[in-house]
Ligand binder design. Structure first.
Ligand code: GTP
Length: 597
C-alpha cells in the first residue's frame, strides 16, 4: 500500500458515549462487514464485554474507503478500552496511530475519561477529530458540548462533527475527516520497529500479536526479535484484520496487522514491546514501554478445598491471555489454600473473578481488596507488601508508605458539597476546582488508593445520583500512618479479615466493622464475640448471641412444599460459607469492609 493512502486512528471516549457503536457504523459503511453479518458491536467480542457493554480488550480492523477525492484509502481502526484500569492499553493503542476520533455524548458533555484520553492523545501528538455523538437524543445539547470542548480543551467548535452513531448520521463526514485531517504515517527508512499494541493467546497458534509497523518492513519467514525479552522467533504468519484474520506476505511502514511466530507465552510479546529484525536490529526500542503493574490485590480461595488444583489451572489458563494478572499461592489459617492475586484495578479484579466462576465453574471466596504498601524496615530495607498477613512485626517497621493517586471528578455543581465531604472522609487532599460551564465543575483531589479501592466509586455514584464521573492515575508512594487492624472471632484472629488502614480511621472503622460482621455472620448454637484489635489491644467488640435461626419457623408447620423451598434456599445461601474454627462465615463477611461508611 502507498504510504500516503494509509490512515491509522483510534476512537477515544468516556464510557458509554458511543465508541463501539460508532466503530460498528464505520465498519458497516466501508463494507468491512455486511449488514447481515453485523452482530451488534462486533469489536466488543468477549462475552462479558457484551454483557456489561464495555470494551475490555481492544481490537482492530482494516477498512477500505473510497473517499470523495476518488482515491481508495486504507484506514486502520484501533479500538481502545474505555475504562481507567486499562489506560496503559489505551496509551499503547494511541501510540500506534496518527489521529484519534474524540467521541463526546451530546447529552452529557465532557466527562473524566474524556479529559484523561485527550491528555494521552495530545502527549503523543495525535491529530484529534472531535465528534459530538447522540445528536438524535431529545436531551442532546450540541452548543453546551461545543462550549465545553472549547473552554476546557481549546477545541474549535467548527472542527466538531455532529453525529448519531445509532442512526448512522454524520458517518461519512467522519470518514472524510479521517482522510483529510489525519496525517499519513512517516517513512524514515530505518530498520524494522513494530509496536505491539495488543496480544492474545490462541490455543492452537500461540500468541497473536497486534502490531503497527513504525519503521521498516516485516516479511513472512523472517527472523524477528522482541526487544524487551531479546527472544528470537521465525515469523510464521503475517496478516491484517478485516476484522477476520487475513494473511499477507508483507507489512510495510505505517501498516497495522498481526503476527504469529510460535510464541508460547504472552509475557514474551507484551503490550508496548517492540519487534525488530533479528538480522538487522534497530538501535533502540520504541519509547514508552511499561510492564503491567498490579495495583489491587485480593485473596481468592475455593469454597471447596478440593477445587484448589482446578483454581490453579484456571488461573494459569487466564494468565496465558492476560499478562497483567498476577498470582501466587497463599495459605490462610482461616480459608485454607488459595491464591493472592494482583490486578490492574477493581474492574479487572471483578472480571477475572467472574470469568473464573463462569468459565471454569469454580465457587470462590474473595477477600477484601487491598493495595500494595512500601514498608521501610528499621534496617532500611524496603519491602513491598500486598497482603496484611505479610506485614512484618511492628518492631521492625520504621515507616509505611501507601500509594496515592491524582483523582479528577466531574460533576453537576449541585453535588459538589456531598462529593467534597466524601473525599474528606476518604482522607482526600483537595487540590483545586474549576467550572467547566455554568452548571458543571471539575474537582481535583489527591486520594490514597486504598480509599478508592474500598467502594469509593459506588459511594460517589450514590452521592451524585450517578452524575459524577471519575478518573485517577497513580502518583507515588507516600509515608502514612498505616496500621494493621485485626479481627478476632471467638477470641481467635481471622487472618483473612485483617486489613491495613490509616490510624485515624482505624477506631471508627473497627467499630463499624464489628457491627457489620454481627449482621452478616449467622447465629450459631453458641455465643460468638467479635473483636477488632490493633497490636493486640482490643478497640471494639460486638457479640452474636446464641440461637440457631430456624427459617421454617414462620411457616407454622403448614405447607410442606413451601417449607422445602425455604430449606433449599437456605442451602443455596450456605454454599459460600467457610467454617473458621467452629464459626461459619459467609462470603459477604469477607467483604464487610466495603459495606461500611
Ligand atoms: P465502552 O465500550 O464501555 O467504552 O462504551 P462505548 O463508548 O463503546 O459505548 P457504546 O457504543 O457501547 O454505547 C453506549 C450506549 O449508547 C449504547 O446503549 C448505545 O446504543 C448508545 N448509543 C451509542 N451511540 C448513540 C447515538 O448516536 N444515539 C443514541 N441515542 N444512543 C447511542
Amino acid at each position: 500500500m502507498q504510504i500516503d493512502l494509509i490512515r491509522n486512528f483510534s476512537i477515544i471516549a468516556h464510557i458509554d458515549h458511543g465508541k463501539s457503536t460508532l466503530a460498528d457504523r464505520l465498519l458497516e459503511l466501508t463494507g468491512a462487514v455486511s449488514a447481515r453479518d453485523m452482530r451488534a458491536q462486533l469489536l466488543d467480542s468477549m462475552d462479558i464485554e457484551r454483557e456489561r457493554g464495555i470494551t475490555i480488550k481492544l481490537n482492530n480492523a482494516r477498512l477500505s474507503y473510497q473517499a470523495l477525492d476518488g482515491k481508495v484509502y486504507e484506514l486502520n481502526l484501533i479500538d481502545t478500552p474505555g475504562h481507567v484500569d486499562f489506560s496503559y492499553e489505551v496509551s499503547r493503542s494511541l501510540a500506534a496511530c496518527e489521529g484519534a476520533l474524540l467521541v463526546v455524548d451530546a447529552s452529557q458533555g465532557i466527562e473524566a475519561q474524556t479529559l484523561a484520553n485527550v491528555g494521552l492523545a495530545r502527549e503523543l501528538g495525535l491529530q484529534i477529530i472531535p465528534v459530538i455523538n447522540k445528536i438524535d437524543l431529545p436531551a442532546a445539547d450540541v452548543n453546551m458540548a461545543q462550549e465545553e470542548l472549547l473552554d476546557v480543551l481549546g477545541i474549535d467548535p467548527d472542527e466538531c462533527i455532529l453525529a448519531s452513531a445509532k442512526e448512522g448520521l454524520g458517518i461519512q463526514d467522519i470518514l472524510e475527516a479521517i482522510v483529510r485531517r489525519i496525517p499519513c504515517p512517516q517513512n524514515n527508512n530505518k530498520p524494522l520497529q513494530a509496536l505491539i499494541f495488543d496480544s492474545y493467546f490462541d490455543e492452537y497458534r500461540g500468541v497473536v500479536a497486534q502490531i503497527r509497523i513504525k519503521e521498516g518492513r516485516m516479511r513472512k519467514g523472517m527472523k524477528m526479535q522482541t526487544m524487551q525479552t531479546g527472544q528470537e522467533h521465525e515469523v510464521l504468519e503475517l496478516g491484517v484484520k478485516t476484522p477476520a484474520l487475513k494473511p499477507v506476505d508483507e507489512l510495510s511502514t505505517g501498516e497495522v496487522g498481526y503476527v504469529i511466530a510460535n510464541i508460547k507465552a504472552i509475557e514474551d510479546a507484551t503490550v508496548g514491546d517492540t519487534i525488530t529484525d533479528a538480522s538487522a536490529p534497530a538501535a533502540e526500542p520504541l519509547p514508552g514501554y511499561k510492564p503491567a503493574k498490579s495495583m489491587v490485590f485480593c485473596g481468592l480461595f475455593p469454597v471447596d478445598g478440593e477445587q484448589f488444583e482446578a483454581l490453579r489451572e484456571a488461573l494459569g489458563k487466564m494468565k496465558l491471555n492476560d499478562a497483567a494478572l498476577q498470582y501466587e499461592p497463599e495459605t490462610s489459617t482461616a480459608l485454607g489454600f488459595g491464591f493472592r492475586c494482583g490486578f490492574l484495578g477493581l474492574l479487572h479484579m471483578e472480571i477475572v473473578q467472574e470469568r473464573l466462576e463462569r468459565e471454569y465453574d469454580l465457587n470462590l471466596l474473595a477477600t477484601t481488596p487491598a493495595v500494595e504498601v512500601e514498608v521501610v524496615k528499621t534496617n532500611r530495607e524496603i519491602e513491598l507488601i500486598d497482603s496484611p498477613a505479610k506485614l512484618p512485626p511492628v518492631s521492625s517497621i520504621e515507616a509505611i508508605r501507601e500509594p496515592l493517586v491524582k483523582a479528577v471528578i466531574i460533576t453537576p455543581n449541585t453535588y459538589t458539597g456531598a462529593i467534597m465531604e466524601l473525599c474528606q472522609k476518604r482522607r482526600g487532599i483537595f487540590r483545586d476546582m474549576e467550572y467547566l460551564d455554568k452548571t458543571r465543575v471539575r474537582l481535583n483531589y489527591e486520594l490514597p488508593l486504598i480509599e478508592i479501592v474500598t467502594d469509593f466509586f459506588n459511594k460517589l455514584k450514590s452521592v451524585s445520583q450517578g452524575y459524577a464521573s471519575f478518573d485517577y492515575e497513580f502518583i507515588e508512594f507516600r509515608e502514612s500512618d498505616m496500621i494493621k487492624l485485626d479481627i478476632l472471632l471467638n477470641g481467635e484472629p481471622v487472618d483473612a479479615l485483617a486489613v491495613i488502614i490509616h490510624r485515624s480511621t482505624a477506631e471508627s472503622r473497627g467499630r463499624k466493622l464489628c457491627e457489620k460482621l454481627k449482621e452478616l455472620i449467622p447465629r450459631h448454637m453458641f455465643e460468638i464475640p467479635i473483636q477488632a484489635a490493633i497490636g493486640g489491644k482490643v478497640i471494639a467488640r460486638e457479640t452474636i448471641r446464641a440461637n440457631r435461626k430456624d427459617v421454617t419457623a414462620k411457616c407454622y408447620g403448614g405447607d410442606v412444599t413451601r417449607k422445602r423451598k425455604l430449606l433449599e434456599k437456605q442451602k443455596e445461601g450456605k454454599k459460600r460459607l467457610k467454617s473458621v474454627g467452629s464459626v461459619d462465615i459467609p462470603q459477604e463477611a469477607f467483604l464487610a469492609m466495603l459495606k461500611i461508611e
